[in-house]
Structure formats: structure tokens, C-alpha cells
Design a protein around this ligand. Structure first.
Ligand code: ADA
Length: 571
């Protein structure tokens, strides 16, 4: 399932989920041997979507692997192939021809193939999950190096005139909105075509016009409508509007929620009222599924997070599934979306590399495109824990934040810093996220007080004293089931203790606008690290979850539930 609702009622779409032929290519000979023309017999079957590492004998395989699927066309038709997420590098071939290359991991890319002939066609994908110094994330990252086609591959059959894009923006003044709907219609026809374009909201026609598109051309239609008394979306108040663009040949639906996001007095404001963020960091990961997280389990994650009393989730550390965001939209929950630039061990040389920066910019563009309409998304985060003390970091961050502003001015731009007392990036952001682990990696939990006081003074001096500060990571590891009389390192008791002490400190600091515990569930760590990284990851898991990897609650879960439920949603 891609979304919780249907995106098309007229256009025919099909998910290519199921068995694909699969073969790893550890010596990287496939291109030379032209596997895209002759797929080797030695291949076996792999379910898509999935991470190959969850299959027997592939657990620690990082590298190149090939996939093949046969597509049957009953008649010649235009086709749009959407890869909703493939980890790392992907090269896509159709009938031996290279369709294109994509680098990324958590966002879709697509190909439009005009008039694909009737009969069988061979779709081949070469993927490479290798992490290195210029990939995002780089090699040293605190999550397992999974590989594979992790979200569905979709095959859409397109008419001659198809809706390439539906983009909905609005300006809100109280409960009155000026809604700007842009529909991009593209032609794959050999002659000029005319169609009616109709916009429908909740079953009600709101606009209609005739559109003429020349052969092979694209037309952008912009419709501006004034709506009064709209129902506003807010935390716990999930008012949503579904908009359909329909032509004589095609359709596309999407959903929005009306809300205004601002900051004032160190608080995040939705529709003019402050909201105190009670959150967790969630990896979209599970030991049996890796990053190919099934929709059904998303419902369960949501139930558990709501049970905890949360109103916010930080999508650490990459764009999460649209289905998950649909669920958050539908339950009035806040989401923080970020690209997978994970920086704790990121060298400055890498930060300045043009290829690295280009990849980051593309990831931002794709993330904003993917999550643009979700009302739950309040924050675009451009990186996590990079060395924010350096000029190199400043230069790169300036490029990233400038791009975000070009793409979307309605949301807050943010990041998470691990150097709050030396950080030079504060002025570039609307909201500052702080990651610190007093009581775990450094000193006593009480250390937060001093650090925060110094941070606030420094922020003031840098002209950033009025920005909301969110505690985006804090906590410690607790091994599920390790409970005792005393609170020892790695016990559930100790973890629960340091998290509750930290939460009490943050809640008493008027300049903190919300908290995200690290982390929701235990996640698989990077096993292959032999360079001295992540040596404290007992069981090869990051054990800082409030629930274990199978979503069983630890003591810290019960503590945080008690605390979060006792806090107001407002200041
Ligand atoms: C960092 C990082 C997380 C995780 C955490 C930890 O803050 O952002 O991804 O690695 O530390 O557990 O140490």
C-alpha cells in the first residue's frame, strides 16, 4: 500500500510487488557481462519490496545486486514506471536499454515510456548499496547498511494526455484561504488534443475549464480559488481536504490540511496557538523487514506512539513512507522530515565536496516533493549532527537552506546539532534542534542545565535568542528485560531514570519548545564497523528504544507515558 486513499480512479495503476529474479554481483561484473541484456540463470527469487539483508545468507551483503521482472502489456500503451524507493545507486534498464540512473534511498524516481508495445518486456534494475565517503549517509552511520528495493515499484498506464503533477498551495488568513491549484498536463500524442479539466473537492466540483495541449507539449494550469470558513487542521484535530484533478482521460487525487505554522516566544505555533511538542525519534525499521516497513506495522507504531501520549514524531533520519505520513495527517500528529545526512563522523573534506552537496540538494528537492501536501509535516531538516562549528558546514548549510526556502516557505527549516555551545549555524534556521546525551555519553543528567543556560546566552549573542529550541535527541540504552534492584548502565531502570530526569529539566526551561526522546524502538546497528565505531551497541542494536525492536515496552516507555500524558499540549 502506497497511500491510505486512492490516488487515481481513472488511471490504471498496478504495483509490481511480489517475486523478482535476483542475483548479487559481488565482483561487479554485471555491466561488463551485460546482465541487463542476458540475466544470469543462477538468479533466485526475491520479494519486492524488501531489504535483501533479511534473507538467508545475505545478512551482511553490501554491494551490487540485480533484479529482473517481466512486464506484460496486453496492448501498446504509454507507461510510467515509479520506483518508490531503492537504496543507494540504481540503474534501470528496459529491454536492454538504459532508462536512467538515480542516487538516493527514500524518495521516488520515475520514467515515462511512450507507446510500450504489446507483449512481454524485461525490466532490470542494478542496485548498489555500498556506502562510502561521498554517499548520504556516509560509511560511518549508526544504522544497518541495508540494500534493496525497499518500497513498491508502480506501473501506471498513461493516456495520451496525462496529469503529470498536481500541486496545491494556499495562503491562510484566519479561516479564509486563497487556494492555488496547479495542474501540469503533458501530451504523449502526435496531434493537438483538447480536454476538460475539472477540479473536485470532497465530491463537489469547484472548477472546470477547457485545456488545449499541442502534440508532445506540457501545459501548466493555475487555478486560484477563494474559500471561506475552512476547517483548520491542528494537533488532535485532523481536518483534511481531498482534491481531485480530472480530465477526459486521467485523474489524480491528493489531500491537504489548512494550518498556519509560525514561531513566537520560543514556541511553535499552529494557527496562532502554541503547541508543546511531545515526541519520539522513529526509524522506519524492523529487524524482520529492515527499511521495507509494512503498512500494517505502521498502524501499530502509530498506536503505540499515541498510547505514549506523543503529538509529534521526528522521522530520523530520512524521508519516511507517504503511508505513514497519511496516518499522521489523519490523527493530527506533527512530523519532522529530514534527509539522511548523518554527521557524527562526517569529515569536513566530505562536506565541501561538490558531489556530496549535489546529492544533498537532490535529496532535499525530492523530500519536499514527496511530502509537500502532508499537513503533519511542520519541519524540513537538512542534516543531523554534522560538525556545525566549521566554515565548510556553514557554506554547505547555506546552500541547503536556500534551496528549502525556494521550494517551500510555509514550513520551518531546522537541523539537529551536537555542538550547541560552539555551533555557528544558528542564524540560518527557524528552529534549533539539540542532540545531547548527558547521563549517557557525557556526565550526569544534571549537565543539561548548565549546557542549556550557556546555549541560551550564546544564542542571544548570535542574534538567535528568540528561536524555539527543541531537544531532538537525549536518552540512553536499556536492554529489554534487564531489570533489577539497582539502576545500572544498560538496565531498563537506568534508562528510565535518566530520561525522566532529563524531561523534567527540559519542561522547566521556558526556552525549550518540545522534546523528542531518542528513540522510539531499538534499531539494528552497523555490525560491519571494524573501525572502533558503535562498540557500545550490545546485541548489535541501538538499544535506546522505549520499546524493543519487536515493539515490547520497557520501563522507560511507562515512565515517558506517565510524563507525556501529564503535560499539556500547550505551553
Ligand atoms: C546520535 C544520532 C542517532 C544515534 C544516537 C545514539 O545522536 O543522531 O542516530 O546514533 O546518537 O544512539 O548515539
Amino acid at each position: 500500500m502506497l497511500r491510505t486513499f486512492r490516488e487515481h480512479h481513472i488511471r490504471t495503476t498496478e504495483l509490481l510487488d511480489g517475486p523478482w529474479d535476483f542475483l548479487k554481483d559481488p565482483s561487479n561484473v554485471g555491466v561488463e557481462e551485460k546482465w541487463f541484456e542476458r540475466f544470469p540463470h543462477a538468479s533466485h527469487s526475491m520479494y519486492v519490496p524488501s531489504c535483501w539483508n533479511n534473507e538467508l545468507n545475505l545478512f551482511d551483503y553490501e554491494g551490487v545486486a540485480w533484479y529482473r521482472k517481466t512486464i506484460r502489456m496486453e496492448e501498446a500503451q504509454h507507461v510510467r514506471l515509479i520506483f518508490h524507493a531503492v537504496l543507494g545507486h540504481s540503474d534501470v534498464y528496459l529491454d536492454g536499454q538504459h532508462l536512467g540512473y538515480h542516487y538516493g534511498g527514500y524518495t521516488p524516481f520515475e520514467f515515462v515510456i511512450p507507446t510500450l508495445s504489446a507483449g512481454d518486456h524485461e525490466l532490470v534494475v542494478r542496485t548498489d548499496s555500498t556506502l562510502d565517503r561521498l554517499t548520504i549517509p556516509t560509511k560511518h552511520v549508526d544504522w544497518f547498511h541495508y540494500g534493496g528495493i525497499i518500497r513498491p515499484v508502480e506501473l501506471q498506464r498513461l493516456p495520451d494526455l496525462y496529469i503529470e503533477q498536481l500541486k496545491i498551495d494556499y495562503e491562510l488568513n484566519g479561516c479564509d484561504a486563497v487556494v492555488a491549484i496547479q495542474v501540469r498536463i503533458s501530451s504523449l500524442a502526435k496531434t493537438e488534443l483538447t480536454t476538460a479539466l475539472t477540479l473536485v473537492e470532497g465530491g463537489r466540483e469547484i472548477h472546470s475549464e477547457q485545456v488545449q495541449v499541442d502534440a508532445g507539449q506540457t501545459v501548466n494550469c493555475l487555478v486560484k480559488l477563494r474559500w471561506t470558513d475552512v476547517r483548520l487542521w491542528n494537533v488532535g484535530q485532523p481536518e483534511l481536504y481531498t482534491i481531485q484533478a480530472r480530465t477526459d482521460f486521467d485523474d489524480k487525487m491528493d489531500r491537504i490540511g489548512f494550518r498556519k505554522i509560525e514561531t513566537r516566544d520560543h514556541r511553535i505555533l499552529i494557527n496562532g496557538s502554541p503547541v508543546y511538542l511531545k515526541g519520539v525519534n522513529r526509524h522506519e525499521e524492523h529487524p524482520d523487514w529492515g527499511f521495507a516497513f509494512p503498512a500494517k506495522l505502521m498502524h501499530k507504531d502509530l498506536d503505540i506512539i499515541r498510547e505514549l501520549g506523543c503529538n509529534a514524531v521526528r522521522g530520523s533520519h530520512y524521508p519516511q513512507s507517504p503511508y505513514w505520513l497519511d496516518l499522521l495527517d489523519e490523527h493530527g500528529m506533527i512530523f519532522w522530515s529530514e534527509i539522511p545526512m548523518w554527521g557524527a563522523f562526517l569529515p569536513n573534506e566530505t562536506v565541501s565536496e561538490p558531489l556530496f552537496q549535489e546529492r544533498a540538494l537532490t535529496m532535499i528537492k525530492e523530500m519536499v516533493g514527496l511530502h509537500y501536501h502532508h499537513p503533519s509535516v511542520l519541519f524540513w531538516s537538512v542534516h543531523n549532527e554534522i560538525d556545525s562549528r566549521t566554515q565548510e558546514a556553514y557554506e554547505m548549510t547555506k546552500r541547503l537552506t536556500t534551496l528549502v526556502k525556494e521550494l517551500d516557505t510555509s514550513r520551518l527549516i531546522t537541523y539537529a546539532t551536537m555542538h550547541p555551545l560552539e555551533d555557528i549555524l544558528l542564524p540560518l534556521f527557524d528552529v534549533i534542534g539539540i542532540n545531547k546525551y548527558y547521563g549517557w555519553y557525557e556526565g550526569e543528567v544534571n549537565g543539561f542545565k548548565d549546557m542549556l543556560q550557556q546555549f541560551h546566552e550564546r544564542a542571544e549573542q548570535m542574534g538567535a535568542g528568540d528561536k524555539p529550541v527543541l531537544m531532538t535527541e537525549f536518552g540512553g540504552a536499556g536492554i529489554f528485560g534487564d531489570v533489577g534492584w539497582e539502576s545500572r548502565l544498560f538496565s531498563e531502570d537506568y534508562q528510565a531514570e535518566i530520561i525522566s530526569e532529563a524531561l523534567a529539566i527540559f519542561r522547566h526551561d521556558p526556552k525549550i519548545g518540545g522534546t523528542f526522546v531518542w528513540q522510539f524502538a531499538d534499531t539494528r546497528g552497523d555490525l560491519k564497523s571494524n573501525g572502533g565505531f558503535f562498540r557500545d551497541r550490545a546485541r548489535s542494536f541501538n538499544n535506546k528504544g522505549l520499546v524493543n525492536e519487536y515493539r515490547k515496552p520497557k520501563q522507560s516507555f511507562r515512565e515517558v507515558r506517565r510524563i507525556y500524558r501529564s503535560w499539556n499540549d500547550e505551553t
